[in-house]
Design a binder for this molecule. Structure first.
Ligand code: BGC
Length: 775
């Protein structure tokens, strides 16, 4: 789908950084002349380097001391002096980074500056919603802006490289890291990947406020068996190319500087040692020319994968196309020996070294090793009011209204509201997983947000009501990285009674339940995807009070909410919304902002349906549409005896406080030929009582193909803001580019035939028009 500029959405977002909101930054500095200069510089430097120094550039240790120690006094400090370190991560603060850089450029023989990385995943100190939440905004301007803000903050504090975006497609809600990606769809995932890269890298990487991005985890990390982190992946190439590769490729096409290899195996070879992936696909097919970093000890882990000893796996990685070794020091310890034994070549070592040096050149580090990190600037930039306002708006735009009966929401600005739940008064958990740059005490808890914003008009009373989980042991596992859940050790009956008393004094209950922050994220797979029983029991008991309940759902993954969804009148999914969570949730609960988020991933009815995703194949025995809608079992058809085929909430789903009515779908030409383009339009009317934004979605089904094709695929979307009563004709331009796919021979092309063009409010609620496109 040709890009439709999302201008309308901007009406909703406060228009900060307007001059920087370039959709595609122009990389005009990378001229032939520039590249020739860079080559000459890097070649000359390489010629001066010893073998040890070259291998040193490929070494990326973790400082592991972003709160205390000093890398320059440690073993790492000695290595830096000896030219045995190429970059460092897990170190925070402009001054500290400057001090370490000083060691590199003053004490090492060749004075090669270090590159400083960090997992700036959804913001730096100002945290934005977790990536899955960002994706739910479907607002590319906001997403790009969030990466821009993250880059400005991180770079002012000394960081020049972020390990983001994570673009792993996942249909696996058990997998904790689904929270870190953009969900299940390759089209939406690709758009987001590209805008994240634009946001981080800007129009010139060497500017002091842009940082190098790293697309990860290449590849297929989101498809581990059983949703267990790091687990085996087995997938055919047609699926890889059509469904899982596009977002990585989109990041490469957007000019991403670096790529991180994934932990999992692909076709029986761990991605870190997989030459087909890291060289043939990435470099030879997609034209990537930056450097590839392993994941954290990813090289060493190949020993446990059963690929050989440290020397073997290190050589395998280098030969596969890995340029930098994160943490494991396999390169540092073995490459010299491997070269002597003819197991790797000098050219391979030189190549990797060159790529790392080129990245440093692009970042402008040779010109000024202290380009990133300025204490005064950081004091102004990091966690600034301006950035927090952007984060607040972005957070509100990420929230998805799943249910709203009897118009319980928005809440009235009067009376008494009982605010109940295990995380109501907890700022530590607001940012969500992977928020290493954050100062969690800065985050706004739900209670604080409500009180600060509406405390004058509304009386808020609160109680915990339940712990996150009945099990203390589980709860301590969930409270990783210091994100404590303030476990209440009183008997559960006492905790509950207190909440019921509070509820009974109120007009309405805001019940905040779900997951704590680290129940998703790395190494946070769950074998159940329900809300823990302690909280379900709380909801059940509160329901008996007869008071209306607005449920605020904290989650880092799609949850199976079947057992709770009928209980509250309203459900607002807030993910983990970042530093400004409490303010943003309050804005939405009280209607200051009308929710417009849409799910970037399917919410199943039960775990047994997983994997469940909207763009599935039809099978040879599909269940009829009628039976699917009625959830009727049909023997010898593709369905379950004991479960519906439909999800609880489909991909693209999300309500608003207003209503949107779709009518008059039309296409400009039902018989296009060759490279013509056509327009598909629909009229959307805001037929409700509030101004609001709607994400209008375009799907296409290729009815007949040389390989089986999905029942629908997202091919475009536009977020449009409509005032109450306003209508707008939304038009999508479709070209044959939108019909292309990788066929059985992995040839990327489109095929003549019939297509079903669909436009609607979510993937399950669309209008159809059939067209025939001939060659
Ligand atoms: C994760 C990466 C992350 C790296 C560095 C690994 O455990 O898989 O996503 O970038 O650590 O912190």
């Amino acid at each position: 789908m040709k890009k439709i500029v999302l201008v309308a959405a901007m009406a909703l977002s406060t228009c900060f950084l307007a001059q920087e909101m370039v959709t595609k930054p122009v990389q005009s500095y990378q001229t032939v002349q520039y590249n020739a200069k860079k080559k000459a510089f890097v070649d000359a430097l390489l010629a001066k380097m010893t073998l040890d120094e070259k291998i040193g550039q490929l070494n990326l240790p973790s400082a592991g001391d972003f709160t205390t120690g000093q890398a320059q006094n440690s073993d790492i400090g000695k290595k830096i002096e000896n030219g045995l370190v190429g970059g460092l991560f897990n170190i925070k603060g402009a001054e500290k980074i400057r001090a370490v850089q000083k060691v590199a450029v003053e004490k090492s023989r060749l004075k090669i500056p270090l590159i400083f990385g960090m997992d700036v995943i959804h913001g730096y100190e100002t945290n934005f919603p977790i990536p899955l939440g960002l994706a739910a905004s479907w607002d590319m301007n906001l997403i790009q802006q969030s990466a821009r803000v993250a880059a400005r903050e991180a770079s002012s504090d000394g960081i020049s490289w972020t390990f983001s975006p994570m673009t792993d497609i996942s249909r696996e809600p058990r997998w904790g890291r689904i929270s870190e990606g953009s969900g299940e769809d390759p089209y939406l995932g690709s758009e987001i990947a590209k805008h994240m890269v634009y946001g981080y890298q800007g129009k010139d990487l060497s500017l002091s406020n842009t940082i190098m991005a790293c697309v990860k985890h290449f590849a297929l990390y989101g498809a581990g068996e059983g949703g267990m982190d790091y687990n085996t992946v087995d997938m055919g190439r047609v699926r890889m190319f059509n469904e899982y590769f596009p977002p990585y490729k989109a990041a490469v096409d957007a000019g991403v500087g670096t790529v991180m290899a994934s932990f999992n195996e692909v076709e029986g070879i761990p991605a870190t040692g997989n030459r087909w992936l890291q060289t043939e696909i990435l470099r030879e097919k997609w034209g990537f020319n930056g450097f590839v970093v392993s994941d954290y000890t990813g090289i060493n882990e190949m020993i446990d994968h059963g690929m050989g000893d440290l020397q073997q796996v290190s050589a395998l990685s280098l030969k596969a196309g890995i340029d930098m070794d994160m943490v494991g020091e396999g390169f540092l310890k073995t490459l010299k020996k491997s070269l002597a034994e003819g197991k790797v070549t000098q050219a391979e070592i030189d190549q990797a070294t060159k790529r790392v040096l080129e990245a440093k050149y692009d970042l402008g580090l040779f010109e000024d090793p202290y380009r990133y990190g300025d204490v005064k600037l950081a004091a102004k930039e990091v966690n600034s009011l301006e950035n927090r306002n952007i984060a607040r708006n972005t957070a509100a735009q990420s929230m998805v209204l799943l249910k709203n009966e009897n118009n319980v929401l928005p809440l009235k600005k009067s009376g008494t509201v009982a605010v109940i739940g295990p995380l109501v008064n907890n700022s530590l958990n607001m940012a969500g997983t992977w928020s290493v740059g954050a100062k969690h005490a800065n985050a706004i808890s739900l209670m604080k947000g409500l009180q600060d914003n509406f405390g004058k008009e509304v009386k808020f009373i609160s109680a915990k009501g339940a712990n996150i989980d009945y099990s203390e042991k589980l709860e301590s596992i969930y409270a990783a990285h210091g994100k404590l859940t303030d476990r209440d050790n009183r008997p559960k009956e006492v905790i509950l009674k207190e909440a019921l008393d509070v509820a009974n004094k109120a007009d309405v209950i805001v019940l905040a339940i779900g997951e704590s922050a680290e129940m998703s994220g790395e190494s946070s797979s769950r074998s159940e995807i329900t809300i823990p029983q302690s909280q379900v029991d709380l909801l059940n008991e509160l329901k008996k009070t007869g008071k209306p309940i607005a449920m605020v759902l904290f989650t880092g993954r799609p949850l199976a909410l079947t057992n709770v969804k009928d209980l509250p009148e309203a459900i607002l999914n807030v993910w983990f919304a970042g530093t400004e969570a409490g303010n943003a949730i309050s804005d939405v609960l009280f209607g200051k902002i009308n929710p417009s988020g849409k799910l970037p991933v399917t919410f199943p009815r039960s775990l047994g349906q997983v994997p469940i995703y909207y763009n599935h194949k039809n099978t040879g025995r599909p269940l009829s549409a009628e039976k699917t809608a009625k959830c009727e079992y049909d023997r010898f058809r593709a369905n379950y005896m004991d479960e519906c085929n439909t999800p609880l909430y489909p991909f693209g789903y999300g309500l608003s406080y207003t209503n949107f009515t779709y009518s008059d779908m039309s296409v400009s030409n039902t018989n296009p030929k060759g490279n013509q383009s056509i327009q598909a339009s629909v009229t959307v009317k805001n037929s409700g009582n509030y101004d609001g934004a709607e994400v209008v979605q375009l799907y296409i089904r290729d009815m007949v193909g040389s390989i089986t094709r999905p029942v629908k695929e997202l091919k475009g979307f536009e977020k449009v803001f409509l005032k109450k009563g306003e209508s707008k004709k939304i038009t999508f331009t479709i070209t044959p580019e939108d019909l292309k796919f990788y066929n059985n021979a992995l040839k990327y092309d489109w095929e003549e035939g019939e297509f079903d063009v669909m436009i609607g409010t979510n993937s399950a609620d669309v209008q159809h028009t059939k067209i025939y496109w001939s060659k």
